[in-house]
Design a protein around this ligand. Sequence first.
Ligand code: MG
Length: 501
Amino acid sequence: MSLFENPIIKKINEKYSVIWALNHALAVMGWDSETYMPKRGVEERAKARATLSVLRRKLILDPELVSLVERAKKEENLNDYEKGVVRVLDREISINRKLPEKLVYELSKTSQEAISVWVEAKRTDDFKKFEPYLERLVSLSREVAEKLGYEKHPYNALLDLYEEGLTVDDMDFVFNNMIPRLKKMLDKILSENLFPSKHPLEDIKYEREALEKVDKEILDLLEYPWDRARIDVSEHPFTIGIAVNDVRITTRFEGIDFKRNIYAVIHEFGHATYELQIDPRLEGTPIGEAVSSGIHESQSRFWENIIGRSKEFVALVKPIFDKHLGFTKSYSEEEIFKYVNTVRPSLIRVDADEVTYNFHIYLRYEIEKKLIAEELSVKEVPEVWNDMMDKLLGVRPKSYREGVLQDIHWSMGSFGYFPTYTLGNVVSAQVKDVLEKKFKTSLGTLVSERRFNDIKEALKELIHKWGSTYSPKKLLERALGETYNPEHFLNYIEEKYIKKV
Ligand code: MG
């Protein structure tokens, strides 16, 4: 049975099917660019994608579609799905209308240049080279915020682009409650040596072919549907949902410290599972997509950390490691558990563990917030960065490469994206508590019993199947009974890293 009854909504969905097809094509092109495209195809591909993006904008702002949405806004008795269609399109139309084409073009052109300058600046450890581009991108992002409009804080306009409805107040609440308590726990874990900060397995090299077999067996264990999904190799692991029956993840093989590969795979598996479990009846409509970056990240973090780094999961995969890697045989389950859960204050965000990760995001959040509000100048950023690292984690970058130049995000003009990583961690622990209540048992028990399909089914009912029917906050309220609450994450960390030791 169709979920859509209202004749205006039906017309909207019909019109939208062209935009959906364009999204589909853009997704395949994006995936191909990161995986199998010949190197020299990059220029024409960039041109083709940019052209299709302009076309997409035109289709979104098509007067007929806009007037249908305006009419639908006045309809009474729309069901939740129909209301979702109106909400999602109204938002997209409004964002596209408020941002002048010239500004969008300027931002994308500047960031394309900035990315290659950033690569070079990082390689030569030269912040001065990147500085003028960062200035320009910050000022363009401020302009974006002004055009979009905001209440209270200009950064709110940018946060909302990645996480609908997210505000500085939300993030301040999360970090103000999280950082002091997390800092105390980190100090205790380190001073009492509750978890190792280094492990010998981190220095062991592996054969790529052997680890590929491990990945495949882990995905089999998690019942990854190979007829609807695949795995490939790319420079940076990612997931792309091309359609509900065509979802693709990637990973990379660095040749050393195999947990880095394994947990990237499980992370992307979490993203993929979300995409695979959206209600197929929403396919082709404006609400047939995952709702936000933060909710998406909560799903990847849930599988990577809460499931994947648990004792019970390690017990399940240890025989797989032993079978294909061999060198793990001389380590006990307990040792492997410690290996995948080292706690180490480090300079690099992407290498950070569960306990230290959010400090990296807090630092970036504070800097972005101040940059956008003109309370901090780009020139001051490296020093502020280093001081904060020192204060939060007790380590100080000796180079720009290990500090302000480490991430690609700012060169892409993506101000407002980083906080969604912390939201992912926060929400993943909320999900854990809700599932344990629902199943009346611990997730560890479910993992031991290999009830991965039951876990997936529960996630589908709570979050996945809805696509973008509800806004992120509404979805969380319905599924978890509250929005972003760091308490669950803090309790999870305390339980795992302090109480249970
Ligand atoms: Mg992710």
